[in-house]
Design a protein around this ligand. Structure first.
Ligand SMILES: Cc1cc2nc3c(=O)[nH]c(=O)nc-3n(C[C@H](O)[C@H](O)[C@H](O)COP(=O)(O)O)c2cc1C
Length: 191
């Protein structure tokens, strides 16, 4: 099984990276092949709405550092998106990636629900969200807003892992329930 993991935080030793790395280590221990990308280290633009991916091309025509990321996502079995909450959203680094997934949709995605996605069906999504606010109801709207689009791409199952009340790097190490959930999610996906 292939795993592609995108780090959405600028902090390489932050809370979201810690959880994502922990998940990836568990996946590797169970035999998965893991590829990671730190979005903050890449140079790329958001979707330019050029519609080239809906007219002459079957992929995004922008030539920047996100091209290899989008290609890796096309080929993976499991996609891990890890982001802190910034102003009630994923980081701009992560949102830039998400907008570019427009290239995964077929030209007829609006009219033909049977053929919306250029990706092979059956992938799994693991969405890791961390935040300072310790109330779980704060920012619980983020994942439900994005999940339907990943359903369009053909992702069959979604796994949400959240750590709330973690303002500083390393705080998540004390969240035993969350760490357990990371291990359990890896067990569900990789046996
Ligand atoms: C620009 C910025 C905006 C933030 N906005 C929020 C927010 O809206 N709600 C919240 O709970 N935490 C917010 N935070 C705090 C981070 O989500 C929190 O520190 C998180 O643990 C950082 O994750 P990381 O260590 O993976 O980078 C914000 C932090 C920054 C730098």
């Amino acid at each position: 099984m292939k795993v592609v993991c995108l780090f959405g935080s600028p902090k390489s030793k932050g809370n979201s990276a810690f959880l994502a790395q922990r998940f990836c280590a568990a996946a590797e221990a169970k035999g998965a092949e893991v590829e990671t990308f730190s979005l903050n280290e890449l140079t790329y633009r958001g979707c330019q709405a050029c519609m080239a991916c809906k007219r002459k091309h079957d992929r995004c025509v922008l030539e920047d550092d996100l091209g290899p990321v989008l290609n890796a996502v096309r080929q993976t079995d499991v996609l891990v998106l890890a982001s802190p909450v910034y102003y009630g959203e994923v980081t701009s680094q992560m949102k830039g990636f998400i907008d570019r997934t427009f290239s995964f949709l077929t030209p007829e995605f609006k009219t033909n629900p049977q053929n919306m996605s250029r990706l092979a069906a059956g992938k799994s999504l693991v969405f890791i969200q961390v935040q300072t606010a310790d109330d779980e109801s704060s920012f619980n709207d983020i994942f439900p807003r994005y999940a339907p689009f990943f359903k369009w791409f053909g992702f069959a199952d979604h796994h949400l892992i959240r750590a709330c009340g973690v303002p500083n790097p390393g705080d998540v190490k004390d969240k035993e329930e969350v760490l357990k959930q990371v291990e359990e999610t890896a067990s569900v996906l990789f046996g």
